[in-house]
Design a protein around this ligand. Structure first.
Ligand code: PMP
Length: 435
């Protein structure tokens, strides 16, 4: 490292050569930090400061950063086969077999490089199979950066019930084919399908909307989506980009026992290496080219780096020990935060599922959809995340975002997090207004 490579100099240089200084609009930090190393549960910045990482690169890191077995599998694959771009590799066959075995809806799988590509392909297939154009998504969910889905995630109150596109430059014609409904609202889905079912190709749902923290589906909601979509000839697509592999090898569908027509996976599937998958019933998936007329391609699809990483990650997850460890620690973190807030008289609800926990700065009450989260005190939420980071605990610095526990986190890490959270919450200014 050269003497001039500090957080400040790197961030300044980045601003000159990369738009906004980041390679994703979601990566902006409220402080000048440039990371130079990651190891286990820790990140290290250019000023040699270390952070306990709950951000987990937005979710992929489930085994810990720089995992030796995953790295070794990737190195082994790279020493033997990088990318062929013709036919198929032994690694791709092995991974497809493994995914088909673990994921209830999977009889066939296709590989892409990102979750966005997977949801794009799923929707194209649904339109081709049904001959219909419209789709349903839910307020508060994120499914990637393409025009059909990039809307109504963190919407302001005045935008609820109307389209809230997240970008300039999106095609109005594409946007208007997406219907946005409240999550967990079976009536709204039933009513829309009753009125417009013959125009609707797919219901696309983040099974747990983790893009607004951790909002659990009512037990009957996903089953109702299954029944209603079947009744109306609509494809049911589960977006398991976050839930897949993080909560169970077979995704949340294997936990709730509701099997969609198609499902998308990414993130924890390969512990941070770039790969994603679209899985589904054979008769649907076989409609993709070359067997059917639905175009599907990508120079890097099935690249041995991602495939080898996925195989090694899945092998680590198969014993169940990683999940048991992460779930237990996340529970301790969630309970501990609630306890501390109660002692300090601070309204706090900590939602948790599996290895994911999310502090909402509001009185405990059922959280069923995005509008329930209007009660979250955003100013407190942001202040807490920022101050925790200043104390070396790295959380996504955006309101409502989730924390992820990995296999590399230890009980001591959680205890230290709670100790720091106690100091931080005790110091929280009382006049941080809800905004
Ligand atoms: N679906 C969900 C549920 C996601 O959380 C994300 C990414 N945060 C995506 C799709 C898009 O995945 P990617 O960023 O890999 O394109």
């Amino acid at each position: 490292m050269t003497a001039t490579m500090t957080n400040a100099t790197l961030v300044e240089r980045a601003r000159q050569v990369i738009p906004g200084g980041v390679n994703s609009g979601n990566r902006v930090l409220p402080w000048p930090i440039a990371f130079v190393r990651a190891e286990g549960a820790y990140l290290f910045d250019a000023d040699d400061r270390q952070y306990l990482d709950y951000h987990a690169a937005f979710g992929p890191i489930i085994l810990g950063h720089n995992h030796p077995q995953v790295n070794a599998a990737v190195a082994e694959a790279m020493s033997r086969i990088d990318i062929i771009g013709a036919g198929v590799t032994d690694l791709e066959v092995e991974l497809a077999d493994r995914l088909n075995r673990h994921i209830p809806c999977a009889e066939r799988v296709l590989l892409t490089n990102s979750g966005s590509e997977a949801t794009y392909a799923a929707l194209r297939l649904a339109r081709a199979v049904t001959g219909r154009n419209k789709i349903i998504k839910f307020q508060g969910t994120y499914h990637g950066w393409h025009d059909a889905v990039l809307m109504n995630v963190i919407s302001p109150p005045e935008k609820i019930g109307q389209h809230d596109p997240l970008s300039l430059g999106m095609l109005p014609d594409v946007i208007r084919h997406t219907i946005v409904l409240p999550f967990n609202d079976t009536e709204a889905v039933a009513d829309t399908l009753h009125r417009q079912g013959e125009e609707i190709a797919a219901v696309l749902v983040e099974v747990i909307p983790h893009n607004i923290g951790c909002v659990l589906p009512r037990p009957e909601f996903l089953q109702a989506l299954r029944d209603l979509t079947r009744q109306h000839g609509v494809m049911l697509i589960f977006d398991e980009v976050i839930t897949g592999f993080r909560h169970a090898l077979g995704g949340y569908q294997s936990i709730v026992g509701v099997t969609p027509d198609l499902a998308t996976f990414a993130k924890a599937m390969a512990n941070g290496f770039p790969i994603a998958a679209l899985a589904g019933r054979a008769e649907l998936m076989d409609r993709f080219a070359p067997g059917g007329g639905v175009f599907f391609a990508g120079t890097y699809n099935g690249h041995s780096i991602g495939v080898a990483a996925a195989l090694a990650t899945i092998a680590e997850l198969e014993s169940g020990e990683v999940h048991a460890h992460c779930f237990a620690l996340a529970q301790i973190a969630a309970d501990g935060l609630m306890q501390i807030a109660a002692e300090l008289g601070i309204p706090l609800t900590v939602a948790r599922f599996g290895s994911v926990f999310v502090p909402y700065f509001m009185e405990p009450a059922p959280i069923e959809n995005y509008t329930d989260l209007f009660r979250n005190n955003t100013a407190r939420d942001l202040w807490f995340r920022k101050t925790m980071c200043e104390h070396g605990i790295f959380m996504i610095p955006t309101a409502l975002k989730r924390n992820h526990v990995s296999a590399a986190h230890t009980r001591a890490d959680i205890d230290r997090t709670l100790e720091i959270a106690r100091q931080v919450l005790r110091a929280m200014p009382a006049d941080l207004e809800r905004s």
